[in-house]
Ligand binder design. Structure first.
Ligand SMILES: Cc1ncc(COP(=O)(O)O)c(C=O)c1O
Ligand SMILES: [Zn+2]
Length: 537
């Protein structure tokens, strides 16, 4: 069927010019000379694409885009909108995107650019986003996500996922997302997801974003699971593996969490992002905020690795260097988000959706091991989103009946000896962590004196029959060297800590030779150049 383009424009000359251009490439044509007429025609004739002049005499283009995006009619919530903005006012373009337009062109119009943009938007609509955004896959709004609600992880109170949420103020505890898994089980099977290509967003039914239009992706996810045959045999393990997150956008697994959280925030209308960070989360937020057209402000300790500072600043984020630790950065970020309007705080577990992005590692692990989970997973634990997320994913897969056996991995939290609140709580049998005074380690992501989700971390370890181990910085750097020299993996110190943690488990006979053991390398060593010793000696 011939596709139709609606052009809402009050300038007669532009209208004639664009009409000719549209008809020349074989599309059907509809015109409206003002905003109200445009809205009426859009409702009645459901065009495949809308070209929208922003400066209109009655209702302006932003308002039209907002009304279309809020319409009862699913077609109008999704129809591609190309904003036509005045060339001098750069702010118009950002405002148009925030109002729900998909792209913009500035006047005076260049016909070749116009054709290119129209072709791209129509193809994107037909294929569900492949052209512009590798993440957005098949389907429209209906059935894209099976998100059912948010629940407090302590008291179980329900919160609406269609409003901006933080954490349960009554219990000071994280909110977690729940999905209609029963319904999904009848509509989708695991092989359908395995056949999809793209990014972690191929699991979109199990992610919180309701429309592919809001997905902000840099191609995160689908990192390799590598067998470590040489290192395994040297250490006396038959089946040792490493999932290598160093290939992620921004060089760490933080990309997953921030892709999910920024996408959901964008869907809910957030324009200003704030985050306290040990380093990598700040770099990831900066990148995704920039891609989403959001402003970003990042609070990081002043001794954070230089790569994190540079990657944040180059995106245009405002970076505030804080004297002290991530806990001090969190205080300052919290103050700014409370005292200045519009800033949304993306702190670990203080918003519900970073966890959802991180959990996809759990789905990918199950898939890579043919739906029979490994026996042991070692995870470098700071704030705990990775550890808790993988466990959440396993529970969801079990509820969907997608796992081959009921066996579960033992989840091992690995921490640095200079900051090991989880290890201390496990050893003392406490249900929560004490604040770790004087935290010190070069594995900056592990320098978290107390996680906001300490109870969830400790529950996960207990439910899985796992434990927590602390390793010295010396052991971490030795492990980093071994991974590089024997397997060619240049791991972040946090990732290398999992190998040091495995040696610790071996010493205590807490792991068997023939077990399937998975190490998580959460980031790239390239982001920590200044901490690497001996390599140049
Ligand atoms: C490379 C790396 N690994 C691990 C962690 C700890 O992650 P989580 O907060 O999920 O425990 C961080 C956090 O900054 C990190 O940057
Ligand atoms: Zn609660």
């Amino acid at each position: 069927m011939r596709q139709t383009v609606l052009y809402i424009e009050d300038n007669f000359d532009n209208m004639v010019l664009v009409r000719r251009a549209i008809e020349a490439i074989g599309y059907g044509w509809l015109g409206a000379a003002n905003g109200l007429e445009g809205l009426r025609i859009a409702h009645e004739l459901k065009p495949d694409l809308i070209l929208l002049d922003i400066n209109l005499p009655d209702v302006d283009g932003y308002e039209i885009a907002r009304r279309l995006r809020k319409s009862e009619e699913p077609h109008l919530r999704r129809v591609p909108i190309l904003a036509i903005t005045a060339n001098v006012l750069r702010g118009d373009a950002q405002k148009a995107l925030q109002a729900g337009c998909d792209a913009y062109l500035s006047k005076p119009l260049n016909i070749h650019e116009l054709w290119a943009r129209i072709g791209e938007l129509l193809a994107r609509d037909r294929w569900g986003g492949k052209l512009q955004n590798p993440a957005a896959v098949d389907g429209g709004d209906d059935g894209y996500s099976y998100l059912a609600g948010l629940q407090c992880s302590r008291c179980g109170d329900a919160y609406s996922p269609d409003e901006v949420q933080t954490y349960c103020a009554r219990c000071n505890a994280p909110l977690v997302a729940a999905y209609s898994l029963n319904e999904l089980q009848h509509k989708l099977d695991r092989d359908t997801i395995s056949r999809r290509r793209g990014s972690m967003w191929r699991w979109h039914e199990l992610l919180p974003v309701r429309s592919p239009r809001h997905v902000v992706s840099l191609g995160e996810g689908d990192t390799p699971t590598l067998p470590l045959a040489r290192l395994g045999s040297a250490l006396g393990f038959d089946r040792l593996y490493l999932k290598d997150e160093s290939l992620s956008p921004t060089g760490s697994f933080k990309a997953r969490g921030l892709s999910a959280a920024v996408s959901k925030a964008k869907e809910l209308g957030v324009h200003k992002a704030i985050i306290p960070t040990a380093g990598n989360a700040g770099g990831a937020l900066a990148a995704y905020a920039s891609r989403a057209g959001m402003q970003a402000c990042i609070f990081m300790p002043q001794d954070t690795p230089a790569a994190n500072l540079i990657e944040s600043r180059i995106t245009g984020a405002q970076v505030v260097l804080v004297e002290g630790l991530i806990s001090d950065a969190a205080k300052q970020a919290g103050e700014k988000s409370r005292s200045e309007t519009g800033w949304f705080d993306f702190s670990t577990f203080k918003e519900p959706y970073r966890l959802e992005g991180k959990k996809v590692m759990g789905y990918e692990i199950a898939e890579a091991f043919d739906w029979q989970l490994p026996d042991v997973i070692l995870y470098p634990t700071g704030g705990g989103t990775g550890l808790v997320g993988i466990w959440k994913a396993i529970e969801e897969l079990a509820a969907l009946d997608w796992l081959e056996t009921s066996a579960r991995p033992r989840m091992i939290a690995v921490q640095a000896a200079g900051c090991a609140p989880v290890v201390q709580a496990v050893e003392n049998g406490e249900p929560f962590c004490e604040f770790w005074e004087g935290a010190k380690t070069e594995a900056s992501g592990l320098r978290v004196p107390k996680s906001f989700a300490d109870r969830l971390i400790l529950d996960t370890i207990a439910q899985s029959g796992g434990t927590a181990v602390a390793v010295s910085d010396e052991a971490i750097f030795q492990a980093q060297n071994r991974l590089a020299k024997e397997e060619g993996v240049f791991a972040a110190p946090e990732g290398a800590a999992t190998l040091a943690g495995l040696l610790e488990l071996q010493k205590r006979s807490l792991v068997q030779k023939d077990e399937r053991i998975l190490l998580l390398n959460t980031g790239s060593g390239l982001k920590y150049i200044e901490t690497i010793r001996d390599a140049l000696a």
